[in-house]
Design a protein around this ligand. Structure first.
Ligand code: NAP
Length: 303
């Protein structure tokens, strides 16, 4: 039996694993995709204390190596359920195997929100992308669009402006949600054209995306913009559905305060999937530390 099973190898889960291993806990980490979580989609991280600039991918890789070097066991398998309780111990089931643990930390974060319009799924990978850093290089010298108004969208637009010949930044309000510095950089970049207040209402293309329909929110007028790619960055939705039967949730987020303790004794939550107001890399790492130390204390109390 492991002391602690961590579900999710994003910044929160990997930070938790580092703290758990340094406390001498047998630690197993499940990850359903690639390690790193959403941060791998961020071209440049410039607001993590003491690191002036690092790519999201490098940040994730550093965390992963640190966690592995400390001896965390990693299983790349999607978790489907947590069973058991604090008294009998927990069983964390993936699609392929299961692990028993004294304590569990859920750090599954959130996944990309889709627009939910026709052709979105069909053209994903054929001009539609949710990750500018992963797919931007395919559109060197082409015209592309980014949809969204948060930090991710504006950072994506700035990143793509170094590759593409033109970047349309489409956002539903005139005011951007992203940090002022980023917005100012985007607005002064000659390659970027902001299209506001507007939403993407249509996607055209047979084998690949050729154009997007953009509707002006105030007038309702629709126009077509020819683009080779659309990068969708309209936020995230929590990825905690498999745990709805075991921990209290609110709008899909797992309910817990700053102590990261869920409604179920012995189960903790860290990162963007927790009910909280600030979802940043720094707060994800902080949650990882808090949840891990609480889980360590809980696991020790059973021995
Ligand atoms: P976000 O901050 O939630 O922004 C989502 C954007 O999409 C908002 O502008 C929102 O519009 C828009 N939106 C939401 N639903 C929409 C819909 N159905 N149709 C059209 N537009 C929609 O998401 P994010 O930019 O991915 O950032 C997530 C978190 O990560 C944030 O806390 C962000 O600060 C953080 N982050 C940090 C960094 C960094 O620190 N370097 C980088 C990336 C992200 P409204 O503004 O009108 O609501």
């Amino acid at each position: 039996m492991a002391d602690i099973v961590i579900i999710g190898a994003g910044p929160a889960g990997m930070s938790a694993a580092i703290y758990a291993r340094r406390a001498g806990m047998e630690t197993v980490v499940f990850e359903g995709n690639m390690y790193g979580g959403q941060i791998v989609n961020t071209p440049e991280v410039e607001n993590y204390p003491a690191i002036q600039k690092i790519s999201g991918f490098d940040f994730a890789e550093n965390l992963y190596n640190q966690m592995k070097d400390l001896g965390a066991k990693v299983k790349f398998e999607p978790v489907v359920a947590i069973e058991g309780d604090a008294e009998t111990g927990f069983t964390v089931r993936s699609e392929y195997s299961s692990e028993h643990a004294k304590a569990v930390i859920i750090a599954t974060g959130a996944k990309n929100r889709h627009i939910g319009i026709e052709n979105e799924e069909r053209l994903t990978g054929h001009g539609i992308s949710y990750c500018a850093t992963c797919d931007g290089a395919f559109f060197k010298g082409k015209e592309v669009a980014v949809f969204g108004g948060g930090n991710t969208a504006v950072e994506d637009a700035l990143y793509l402006a170094n590759l593409a010949s033109k970047v349309y930044l489409v956002h539903r309000r005139n005011q951007f949600r992203a940090e002022e510095t980023l917005v100012n950089s985007a607005k002064s970049n000659p390659v970027i054209e902001t299209v506001t207040p507007a939403i993407v209402t249509g996607l055209k293309g047979d084998s690949k995306l050729t154009a997007i329909a953009v509707s002006d929110v105030s007038t309702g007028r629709e126009r077509m913009i020819d683009v080779d790619a659309l990068f969708i960055a309209i936020g995230q939705i929590p990825a905690a559905a498999p745990f709805a039967n075991i921990v209290d949730q609110q709008d899909g987020y797992i309910v817990a305060g700053e102590d990261c303790k869920t409604s179920a004794k012995g189960i903790f939550v860290a990162g963007d999937g927790r009910t909280k107001s600030v979802r940043q890399l720094t707060t994800a790492a902080a949650d990882g530390a808090v949840a891990a130390l609480a889980a360590c204390e809980f696991a020790r109390s059973l021995s």
